[in-house]
Design a binder for this molecule. Structure first.
Ligand code: HEC
Length: 255
C-alpha cells in the first residue's frame, strides 16, 4: 500500500517537474496541498478558528488534500475578494496568489453538485455526515450561497446551515421555503467582530442556521439580499445521504 503510494507520487513528481520545465505557464496550477494549507493557516485561520468561527467557518483543520468543492468555492470567492489582506499581513506575491487561486479554482469545480462527506467533529470526534452544495447569483457575480446539512450520526442531532460570500449581511428578514411551502421568516441580526491585526472593527454576518424541515425537492432562500432568490436542489441528493440526514433533521414538509 505504502510503496504504491510512494511510487505514484514519485511518478507525479517527475511528471510535474517535466511539465514545469517545458511549460512554465502551467506552473501556476501546481501549488501543492501542503503549500495551500500553509497559506490558509497564515492568512485565514487566525479568524476562522474552531473557537471563533467567523462567518460560521473554521479553517483550523482545513486540508486542501481532501478538498471539499463547495467549501473551496467559498474560499475562492473570498480569495478573489481581498480576504488575503484580512489578517493584516503583507499579502503573498503575485505568482503565489495566482497559484493559490488556480489550485482553489480546480478544487471548486464540482461545487454546484452535492458533495457528501463522512467526517469527525474536530473536538467531539463524533461521526458526522455533511452534505453541501453551492449556488451562484447571476445578477451579483461572484456572489455565492452554500447550503450545508450536517447529521451527527451518534447523537442524531442535525443542522442546516446557510453561508454566503463575499459580502456579509445583517439586520434583515429573509424567507426560507421547503418544497414550495409558504416561506418561514428568518431574522438576521448582529455583527461579527473582526480580530485580525489589520482590520479592527465589526462586519455583518455570513452564516445562519435554518429552522426548516428537510425538504424533499427544493429549499428556497428569498431576500437575504434584496431581490435575490436561490433554490437548492434537495431532490438531487443521493438516497443514502438523504436517509441518513432524515434521522437527524425533521422531515414532513411534504405538500
Ligand atoms: C480579520 C479576520 C479574518 C481573516 C483574516 C479572514 N476572514 Fe474570512 N471572514 C471573517 C469574518 C468576520 C467573516 C464574516 C463576515 C464577512 O463575510 O465579511 C468571514 C467570512 C468568510 C467566508 C464566508 C462565510 C462562509 O462560511 O463561507 C469565507 C468563505 C471566508 N471568510 C474565507 C476566508 C479566507 C479564505 C481567508 C484567508 C484568505 C479569510 N477568510 C480570512 C473574518 C476573517
Amino acid at each position: 500500500m505504502h510503496s504504491a503510494v510512494n511510487s505514484a507520487s514519485r511518478y507525479q513528481c517527475i511528471f510535474f517537474a517535466a511539465l514545469v520545465m517545458t511549460t512554465p505557464a502551467l506552473s501556476a496550477e501546481l501549488m501543492s496541498p501542503g503549500q495551500q494549507n500553509a497559506l490558509v493557516q497564515k492568512y485565514c485561520a487566525v479568524c476562522h478558528t474552531e473557537a471563533t468561527k467567523n462567518g460560521g467557518l473554521s479553517l483550523e483543520h482545513y486540508d486542501a488534500a481532501h478538498a471539499n468543492p463547495p467549501l473551496a468555492a467559498m474560499l475562492l470567492s473570498k480569495l478573489q475578494g481581498g480576504a488575503m489582506g484580512a489578517a493584516g499581513l503583507k499579502i503573498p506575491d503575485e505568482a503565489t496568489r495566482d497559484a493559490w487561486v488556480a489550485a482553489t479554482t480546480a478544487q471548486a469545480e464540482r461545487a454546484k453538485r452535492w458533495t457528501v462527506i463522512r467526517t469527525e467533529g474536530p473536538k467531539s470526534k463524533a461521526p458526522l455526515l455533511v452534505a453541501s452544495i453551492v449556488r451562484d447569483v447571476a445578477s451579483r457575480k461572484p456572489a455565492l450561497y452554500r447550503l450545508s446539512l450536517t447529521c451527527n450520526i451518534a447523537s442524531h442531532q442535525g443542522e442546516i446551515q446557510l453561508t454566503w460570500s463575499p459580502q456579509p449581511q445583517t439586520d434583515r428578514i429573509f424567507s426560507v421555503s421547503a418544497d414550495g411551502n409558504p416561506g418561514l421568516p428568518h431574522k438576521l441580526e448582529g455583527r461579527e467582530e473582526k480580530m485580525g491585526n489589520g482590520s479592527a472593527g465589526t462586519t455583518g454576518l455570513a452564516a445562519a442556521t435554518l429552522n426548516v424541515p428537510l425538504p424533499e425537492k427544493t429549499l428556497t432562500i428569498t431576500d437575504l439580499f434584496p431581490g435575490e432568490t436561490v433554490v437548492f436542489p434537495l431532490g438531487d441528493l443521493d438516497q443514502a445521504a438523504r436517509q441518513q440526514l432524515g434521522v437527524c433533521l425533521p422531515t414532513g414538509a411534504r405538500k
